[in-house]
Structure formats: structure tokens, C-alpha cells
Design a protein around this ligand. Structure first.
Ligand code: EPU
Length: 443
């Protein structure tokens, strides 16, 4: 077997071992204790993944700081390496050098992580050709990529789907005006893909109905640091004026707003008093608005947040929406909170059609939740009691951990590899806040 093939097999085996070991990990939680103390927020997973992909747009070295140590982030490193780039991790810094890269990604590697679709834009932008495996749907919904492809086609890419691969080719990408709104609103990674491809296109691209998420702004900031000409990121209209080439850059990733929200909800659910350091409270108005309505006290002091809940909680109705609305990535955690809140609350999911996998598992802990179309009707306030539960996806696992912390007795959360994809050392961080949570490895 040639050396490159051997290296690929070894990398795949290492990734498989890593994940198979984690598949067996579980958390044992002894609930009923209020969380108290301070917690530090890590860099944002959903910002760092497209930023790492953006490093493919230049042959020069890019240094990305505050990269969270997560399995998804390491996985993106493997994907970049499979394309020929160097990706080195040192603490929370990842250095990427994509001096010589190829446009064909490793089918199995890319297929495994949906977020890897964000290599498509940089590959077509830099090389004029890309072959990337089609990401599948996942438990939270079908997750089509039609808008990504529509956007790249508008820039002049010819797209074919064959044998499970998206093949995109373009002699020269050309700036264009395009509309990226879909049935559920804008697309976050789709906006990123088009922005990255347009950075090296000829002429001006105007993206209408662009996603406004802070992660899109962070990606735009990184691209600007690389020499791209982008304005309007954070608004529904983004303008990209193509440049001939991009250069290396250094960047610090924004704090993870979903991790911040998760700790705030956990503090509320346990009747705790938690100071959250190193966050961006200005990215979380919608979440804090609902938490305050529910009776949670939130005090801001610069990047620090103090979240306290002493009295009785009140039920709130929530509808998930694109930014700056209530984030779908906090819906499950909020449902766990409403499950311990006396009264009826209605939680409506408008972004992903089947993001309610946590409902049946919350029911094992005693939660009373009924699903009616896109809404979950939560009859809250019944005391939860610990039980073995199964994590189905990243945010569902966070909801189960929160419910376990609020429940009486012992909760065993199986398949915590889902939570390791998006929360850096969540068990350690919770332990420092006084939680009784242990990771049981491979049992
Ligand atoms: N959509 C389409 N066509 C497309 C793309 C999206 O119809 O071509 C639809 C989706 O099916 C969905 C909606 O548009 O109904 C929004 O999807 P979006 O494309 O914005 O999602 P994404 O970019 O694939 C990112 C995050 C998700 C987060 C969503 C929404 C990353 C790696 N993932 O996904 O994060 O839920 O934006 O904010 O950035 C998570 O962290 O747990 C997670 C799932």
C-alpha cells in the first residue's frame, strides 16, 4: 500500500478508535444540588469550524486562537490534513498551513461530520474544483444543502452530484447578486460557503437574506484579516468584493454563545448562582429575555454574567428563529428548564423539523411533554427523578445533563460522545460549580 494511503488508513483508525471509545462513555449525575461558582466560556464551535475551513483559501500560515478542544474541531483538523494541509493543535491554538492542497476530500471522513460542508466554498474558491461527499441528514432534520449549491452556482460553479459526491468546477468564479433565503430562513454555513468562494471571485457579490449569526460575522472578520473585502456581515445583505489572493492571518474565535446559554439555563434549573466569565452577552439577548421572563436574575458586568435563581420559575413560550431570535441550539436546554417550571409552556421549533429527540428521554426523568406538530407542550413542575437516558445529539445531551442536575437521585446519560462534540470538558466545568457528575469511561 502506498505511504499516503497507509497514513490515511491510520488516521481513520485513530478517529474511529477515538469515537468508539467515546461511544461507550457515560455521565453519572447525582442531581439536586444548586450550581454555584464561576465558569469560563470556551471559543465557539460553530465559529471555529468554518474559520478552519477558510484557512484553505491561502497557501500561507493561519493561526486560530481560542479554538475549543472538541472532537468536532479535531475532526475538522483531520479533514484539512486529508486535503493536504497541515493542521497542528497546541492548547487552544490551531495553526493551519494549506500550502498545497487537493480538491478531493476523503469521502468517509467528510460524510461523518455535517459541518464539513463548509470546505466546499474555500476549495472551489481557491482551486476552481472540489469533490466533497454529500452530508447526510441527521437526527435533528433532513438538513439539505440546496442553498449552498444555489449560491455557488450563482457565482458560476458547475455542480454535479455523482456517486455520493458533490462535484463543483469553475474556470473562474464571477461575483453575482443572489438570494440565500430558504423555507426556514437563511442558512448559516451556506452564507459562509458563498462568502468564502466569493472572496476570491472576480467582481462584486451581493448576498441577500444572508444569515446574521455572530459566527458568520466572526468568519467575515477572519476573512477580512486575510485580506478579503467584505461588508455587511451581521446584516441580511453581505457584499463581497473579490480579490486576487488572500494571505495568512491570526484570529481569536468568539466565545461560544450556546455554551454560555447552556450554563445559564443549568444555573436556573438548579436554583443556582453562577458567574459566567469570558462570554459575549450581546450575542444572547433573546435567551436572556426569556430567562428573565421565567424569573431568572441576570446581571451583566462587561464580559461577565451573574445568573441567579432563587424563587419559583414561571413558564414561558418560546419559538426558535434565525438570529437575533431565540436559537434552535438552546431549545432543548430550555425545554429541560421548563420541565421543572410549574405551569404550561409551549416551545415551537421553526428551524429543524425533528429536533425533539430529547422529549422521550426527558420523559424518562418524569417530564410531562407532548408534541403537537412543530410545538412541544410542556406541563412543568413535576419533580424529576434520576433515570438512565440516552443522548441523541449534541444539544439534546446538554438538555439531559441539565435535567439530571435538577432531578433527585442518579441520572446516567449514555452516549456522551455527542456532548463532547460541542462542549469542552463540560463535566469538569460542572464539577467546579459543585455538581456531582462523573464520566465513566468505556463502561
Ligand atoms: N437549509 C435548507 N437548505 C440549505 C441549508 C439549510 O433548506 O441548503 C435549512 C435547514 O434545513 C434548516 C435551516 O435552513 O431548516 C437552517 O439551517 P442552516 O443551514 O442555518 O444550518 P447549518 O448552517 O447547517 C449551523 C450550525 C447548527 C445550528 C444551525 C442554525 C454549524 C456547524 N452548525 O448549521 O449547529 O443549529 O446553524 O443556527 O455551524 C449545533 O451546534 O448543535 C448545531 C446543529
Amino acid at each position: 500500500m502506498p505511504l499516503t494511503a497507509l497514513i490515511l488508513v491510520a488516521r481513520r483508525t485513530a478517529a474511529a478508535e477515538d469515537s468508539s471509545q467515546r461511544i461507550m462513555d457515560c455521565f453519572l449525575i447525582k442531581g439536586g444540588r444548586p450550581l454555584e461558582g464561576e465558569v469560563e466560556i470556551s471559543g465557539a464551535k460553530n465559529a471555529v469550524l468554518p474559520i478552519m475551513a477558510a484557512a484553505l483559501l491561502t497557501a500561507e500560515r493561519c493561526v486560530i486562537r481560542r479554538a475549543p478542544n472538541l472532537s468536532d474541531v479535531r475532526f475538522m483538523g483531520e479533514i484539512l490534513k486529508s486535503l493536504g494541509a497541515k493542521a497542528e493543535f497546541d492548547g487552544d491554538t490551531v495553526t493551519i498551513e494549506a500550502a498545497k492542497i487537493r480538491g478531493v476530500g476523503d469521502y468517509e471522513l467528510i460524510r461523518k461530520m455535517r459541518g464539513s460542508i463548509c470546505i466546499l466554498g474555500p476549495l472551489i474558491g481557491r482551486l476552481g474544483k472540489a469533490a466533497v461527499s454529500l452530508p447526510g441528514g441527521c437526527v435533528i432534520g433532513a438538513r439539505p444543502i440546496d442553498l449552498h449549491l444555489k449560491g455557488l452556482a450563482a457565482l458560476g460553479a458547475k455542480i454535479d452530484i455523482d456517486a455520493g459526491y458533490i462535484h463543483a468546477t469553475a474556470r473562474a468564479l464571477k461575483g453575482a447578486e443572489l438570494f440565500l433565503g430558504g423555507r426556514s430562513g437563511p442558512t448559516v454555513l451556506g452564507t459562509g460557503n458563498v462568502m468564502m468562494a466569493a472572496a476570491l471571485a472576480d467582481g462584486v457579490t451581493r448576498i441577500e437574506s444572508a444569515a446574521c449569526e455572530p459566527e458568520v460575522v466572526d468568519l467575515a472578520d477572519f476573512l477580512i484579516a486575510m485580506g478579503a473585502k467584505i461588508s455587511g456581515a451581521g446584516s441580511p445583505t453581505i457584499t463581497v468584493t473579490g480579490v486576487k489572493s488572500l494571505h495568512g492571518a491570526e484570529h481569536e474565535v468568539i466565545p461560544d454563545r450556546i455554551e454560555t446559554a447552556t450554563f445559564a439555563v443549568a444555573a436556573a434549573a438548579t436554583g443556582g448562582d453562577v458567574t459566567i466569565n469570558g462570554s459575549r452577552p450581546d450575542h444572547l439577548y433573546a435567551v436572556f429575555d426569556k430567562l428573565r421572563e421565567a424569573g431568572v436574575k441576570i446581571e451583566r458586568s462587561g464580559p461577565a454574567l451573574k445568573v441567579t435563581r432563587r424563587g419559583r420559575l414561571k413558564p414561558v413560550d418560546i419559538t426558535t428563529l434565525p438570529y437575533a431570535g431565540f436559537p434552535t441550539d438552546v431549545q432543548a436546554q430550555m425545554m429541560a428548564l421548563m420541565a421543572v417550571t410549574p405551569g404550561i409552556s409551549i416551545i415551537t421549533e421553526r428551524i429543524f423539523e425533528s429536533r425533539f429527540m430529547h422529549v422521550s428521554e426527558l420523559a424518562r426523568l418524569g417530564a410531562d411533554i407532548a408534541i403537537e406538530g412543530p410545538s412541544a407542550i410542556v406541563k412543568g413542575g413535576r419533580p424529576l427523578s434520576g433515570a438512565p437516558v440516552m443522548a441523541s445529539d449534541l444539544r439534546a445531551s446538554a438538555a439531559l445533563v441539565i435535567a439530571g442536575l435538577a432531578a433527585r437521585g442518579e441520572t446516567r446519560v449514555n452516549r456522551v460522545y455527542h456532548i463532547d462534540r460541542g462542549y469542552e470538558r463540560i463535566d469538569e466545568k460542572l464539577r467546579r460549580l459543585g455538581a456531582k457528575i462523573e464520566r465513566m469511561e468505556g463502561s
